[in-house]
Design a protein around this ligand. Structure first.
Ligand code: 13P
Length: 249
């Protein structure tokens, strides 16, 4: 059986003072029985997060990475730099990166590879817009996004991925996919992984993201192919994030 994983994505939120309060409240609310969990913070807060989470079960993560190793790439951050801050997870291909920074599925695949080469876990995000859903293209869209990654990586690397299904229309909108809708897409992603490699299909965690909150988390995570959550807004409130982590038990 796959164990559950709950990851917070702070996006471009936080301040040193707010982070200190949020992280200390989260750490105080975790116990030995908590599900595996992590927070993906803005890069400038990695050092602070690393220090505040030292010795706690909550892991550190980043929200993006360069596909390049080093060099003249102004503004970019390399995977080898993230490792120095104890990062274990790196989100790649978030829909906000795809939409506002024109990231292609091929670039996202290269970023996932860079994360793996540095010894971290990529959280590969896939998801359709409302227009695409209404046009009946959901499975085609998410499968193209995942396929680019599967094409680039070998089986041993695919086994180390986390995949997050985040319908774009559910992100930050308060609209959540129903558990049945989310499960349907997760099952399709699982089938795609199985077609690629029967060995790894049952072990890769598939997270749901998009307005996951304390009141819907349990039902979503009870679906057979939903192995946890990628949480935006609710990860900025200690009580809500802890409630979701506890719902994953
Ligand atoms: P919300 O939980 O705010 O909808 O954001 C989801 C998300 O984009 C996580 O990566």
């Amino acid at each position: 059986m796959r164990s559950k994983l709950v990851v917070g994505n702070w996006k471009m939120n936080g301040s040193r003072a707010a982070n200190a309060e949020l992280l200390s409240n989260i750490v105080a609310g975790l116990d030995g029985a908590s599900a595996a969990c992590a927070v993906c913070v803005p890069c400038v807060y990695l050092h602070q997060t690393q220090e505040l989470l030292a010795g706690s079960p909550m892991k550190v993560g980043a929200q993006d990475v360069s596909d390049k190793a080093c060099g003249a790439f102004t503004g970019e951050v390399a995977a080898s730099m993230l490792v120095e801050y104890d990062c274990q997870y790196v989100i790649v291909g978030h829909s906000e990166r795809r939409a506002y920074h024109m990231e292609t599925s091929e670039l996202v695949a290269c970023k996932a590879e860079a994360v793996l080469r540095a010894g971290m876990t990529p959280i590969v995000c896939v998801g359709e817009t409302l227009e695409e859903r209404d046009a009946g293209q959901t499975n085609a869209v998410v499968s193209e996004q995942l396929e680019a990654v599967l094409k680039l990586l070998d089986e041993a690397d695919v086994a180390k991925l986390v995949v997050a299904y985040e319908p774009v229309w559910a992100i930050g909108t308060g609209k959540t996919a129903t558990p049945a809708m989310a499960q349907e897409v997760h099952a399709a992603l699982r089938a795609q992984l199985r077609a690629h490699s029967a060995e790894v299909a049952d072990t890769v965690p598939l997270l749901y993201g998009g307005s996951m909150k304390p009141d819907n988390a349990k039902e979503l995570m009870a679906q057979p192919d939903i192995d946890g959550g990628l949480i935006g807004g609710a990860a900025l409130k200690a009580a809500d994030f802890l409630a979701i982590i506890h719902a994953a038990r």
